[in-house]
Write a protein that binds this ligand. Structure first.
Ligand code: FAD
Length: 317
């Protein structure tokens, strides 16, 4: 079976869930080979878990210049790896970093690319959701090695340990890979909540929440459920919540098991970022709100009454 490269994403020595999904997917396409690109010491805490999810080999490229989110040098190193290994496909997460690396890689290799797929068949046909969800597209790369980015939470990762010992191969980082330097890091996460695009539960607030102060109601419910907090663009533009938490066409795309929309009307641009959620619950005081067309469960009511009641019930369990 041909090798399928899986570009690994991790934070603080822990694999991102999308990497486990990619390994699970890669097993249907060929032999999963994990590629770790990062600062020295990145790979060591990850290899056991990578093997548990089927990585037969781990290619390790570690260098100070690959630390953090410096995508240009990562794309340069990855291009060398792809040229040297000629895999059947290269899989990346549809994260900010994954998509940027994939785009750069496609240009470097002059290859076709499928971004943001929610399914990929064994014969390489990817399923994408286009035009804010109104169209489902099935496409296939016809030029070069397929580069595919997978939307997080598209499938349930399952372990399947690779047979035999995992082989770790050191990869040389070319000197010209150093194309940028980090000058400042700004923390954007709020507390210890899960990362928005990875979370299996998301509780989002819209303009109906009314103020930054009122977002406590959204956060309280999210924390009880172990969920990430999201926001509509109207909430972000009104200054209720930071932009990095915006869900939608011009924000993040989420696909959790459960999406709870509080005071969100359900504009098409918001739907674009959350409509592949497995179960959608909407709370809105307007019976005509378009979000109810999409919701699996709808509650017509004031979010300031419904959300605290839901929180109370959850606390009792
Ligand atoms: P509104 O549409 O104002 O809805 C607020 C809702 O809250 C109403 O349905 C109201 O009935 C309800 N409500 C009010 N008070 C309460 C209460 N106490 N209890 C319960 N319900 C209550 N939007 C995004 O979200 N993400 C994007 O990425 C995005 N990108 C865009 C890109 C472009 C190019 C454009 C043109 C628009 C984009 N938008 C995006 C904006 C989008 O069109 C909508 O304006 C926005 O989603 C509306 O946000 P909202 O639902 O919070 O606000």
């Amino acid at each position: 079976m041909s090798d399928v490269l899986v570009v690994v994403e991790s934070a603080n020595g822990v694999l991102k869930k999308v990497t486990l999904e990619l390994l699970t997917l890669a097993r249907d396409l060929g032999t999963p080979v994990a590629v770790v690109l990062g600062a020295p010491g990145t790979a060591a805490p990850l290899t056991e878990k990578l093997a548990e999810y089927g990585a037969a080999k781990v290619l390790v490229a570690e260098h100070e210049d690959l630390a953090g989110f410096l995508v240009a040098p990562k794309a340069a190193v990855l291009a060398d790896i792809v040229r040297a290994t000629s895999p059947a496909a290269v899989l990346l997460g549809s994260t900010q970093e994954g998509k940027e690396i994939a785009g750069r890689l496609a240009v470097k290799l002059d290859n076709g690319i499928l971004t943001d797929v929610v399914e990929l068949s064994a014969d390489g046909v990817g399923t994408q959701v286009a035009f804010a969800g109104s169209t489902i597209v099935h496409s296939k790369v016809t030029r070069g090695i397929p580069l595919v980015t997978l939307r997080g939470n598209s499938l349930t990762p399952s372990p399947a340990p690779a047979a035999g010992a995992v082989e770790t191969v050191e990869v040389t980082v070319p000197a010209e890979a150093k194309l940028a330097t980090v000058v400042q890091r700004v923390a954007e996460t709020k507390g210890a909540r899960p990362e928005l695009s990875e979370a299996s539960i998301v509780v989002s607030g819209g303009r109906g929440v009314g103020s930054a102060e009122n977002f406590k109601v959204v956060e309280e419910l999210a924390d009880l459920l172990g969920a990430a907090v999201g926001a509509s663009r109207a909430a972000v533009d009104s200054g209720f919540y930071p932009h990095s938490f915006q869900v939608g066409q011009t924000g993040k795309t989420v696909s959790p098991q459960l999406y709870i929309a509080l005071g969100i009307s359900g504009a098409i641009q918001h739907r674009a970022g959350m409509q592949t959620s497995k179960t959608i619950v909407a709370v809105n005081k307007d019976t005509e709100a378009p979000i109810f067309e999409l919701a699996d469960f709808g509650v017509v009511g004031d979010l300031f009454a419904v959300a605290p009641q839901a929180a109370e019930e959850i606390r009792k369990r």
